[in-house]
Design a protein around this ligand. Structure first.
Ligand code: SF4
Length: 409
């Protein structure tokens, strides 16, 4: 989805994120950890005619047979992202209302296609509006490398962390400098090693390639126990998470803000109204006949450009916008498995939307026991110094080099 240019350094790092590299790191004896996105398990579920839970169990069998140490679920780290986003929204909303700060709208930050476009094409005016919270992929990366590695008694430079995503732009996200950190080599005190939170991203389609490459009868695979350490599964073995094909940001923050700011419990599904097309929807909260919250879902570049134009001209009255570069959001990402014979892209997205939520129970991220434990033993409070250090990031306007505009420089 990213329309910006990719630098040669990025190209080299992207080439490293392949199936060959994944298998060679297992062969090298690295402690390989795989984190699977809910959109990818839905894509595989549709392809194989299975449920998302069956897919996650069978993927666990497949990866562990290959030598992977643990398989996690990015719905779990997404809950940290949502909690931090709720906290950030409240702060920025209050700043705006109390002192007129130009802190709204908050624009979601989970889509690297959008971030790349904002940095490379829109530049500095838009960046302060973007939420500083990392995406679920990168929050999982931070949890694995900065916390779980220690709990699992692994040295962080021995861990190779792979995420399975619906999207090629997630590969670009993983190689951002903001998501790398320094580690003192235990072999040589003078040597400092640079490590990344996520070492490699495989798309849903590339996992299907792996299944075919290894000639695995995926449907016939045994269903393993899930690694519950970072997976949204309850004691009865059911998956849980929030709704929304791209993570449910607008929905979760809206309910949270209604409760915290206006003491209102918003029950039942939110009343999103379609504006112009299904990829631009709005929901409002009225108090005493006055609109106090106005949120939007904004998917696809055309809608995104309209919202950006409104922000630039000071005419945007949204408080929060869930921005996603792909029409229909992440279920329709470029890394998903392609439609089958005789199936249109539109048919596929409809099936995906149904399967995505099949037997996945809606749950409040603040009640997630694994995430609560992470705050208790590590992150302290939402928005704490530690949470800011590990779960937030920053953005940089990218000035195109003048050489790109000079022939044969
Ligand atoms: Fe990737 Fe598309 Fe989702 Fe953005 S909307 S994160 S580009 S799949």
């Amino acid at each position: 989805a990213c329309s910006g240019c990719i630098t040669s350094a990025e190209t080299v790092m992207l080439e490293k994120q392949s199936l060959d590299e994944f298998i060679s790191n297992i062969d090298k004896g690295k402690a390989v950890i795989v984190s699977v996105s809910p959109q990818s398990r839905a894509s595989l579920a549709v392809h194989f005619g299975l449920t998302p839970l069956q897919v996650l169990r069978k993927l666990t069998t497949l990866f562990k047979t290959l030598g992977v140490k643990a398989v996690f679920d990015t719905s779990c780290s997404r809950d940290i992202t949502l909690i931090e986003s709720c906290n950030e929204f409240l702060r920025r909303y209050k700043e705006n209302k109390s002192s007129g700060a130009d802190s709204l709208p908050v624009l979601a930050s989970a889509c690297p296609g959008w971030i790349c476009y904002a940095e490379k094409t829109l530049g500095s005016f838009i960046l302060p509006y973007i939420s500083t919270v990392k995406s679920p992929q990168q929050t999982m990366g931070a949890v694995v490398k900065h916390h779980l590695a220690k709990l699992m008694d692994l040295r962080v430079d021995e861990v190779y962390h792979v995420s399975v995503m619906p999207c090629y732009d997630k590969k670009l996200e993983a190689v951002r400098d903001d998501f790398s950190f320094q580690f003192d080599s235990p072999r040589d005190a003078s040597e400092v090693v640079t490590l990344t939170e996520v070492d490699s991203v495989l798309t849903s389609g590339e996992v299907l390639d792996l299944i075919q490459l290894k000639e695995v009868d995926f449907k016939g695979l045994e269903e393993s126990q899930l690694d519950t350490l970072m997976t949204n599964v309850d004691q009865h073995g059911n998956l849980y998470g929030v709704c929304g094909s791209s993570g449910g940001y607008a929905e979760t923050i809206f309910r949270y803000a209604a409760k915290e700011l206006f003491n209102l419990d918003v029950k039942g599904p939110l009343d999103f109204k379609i504006i112009r097309n299904a990829d631009l929807q709005e929901v409002t909260l009225d108090v005493d006949g006055k609109i106090v919250l106005k949120f939007a879902l904004c998917y696809g570049f055309r809608n995104l450009q309209n919202v950006v134009r409104k922000i630039k001209s000071g005419k945007c009255d949204y408080d929060f916008v869930e921005v996603m570069a792909c029409p229909s959001g992440c279920l329709n990402g470029g890394g998903q498995i392609k439609p089958g014979a005789g199936q249109t892209a539109k048919d596929l997205i409809q099936v995906l939307e149904t399967i995505y939520m099949e037997k996945v129970y809606v749950a409040d991220p603040f009640e997630n026991p694994r995430v609560r434990k992470l705050y208790e033993e590590w992150l302290e409070q939402p928005g704490s110094k530690k949470a800011k250090k590990y779960m937030h990031t920053e953005y940089h306007p990218i000035v195109k080099s003048i050489t790109s505009e000079l022939h044969n420089w």
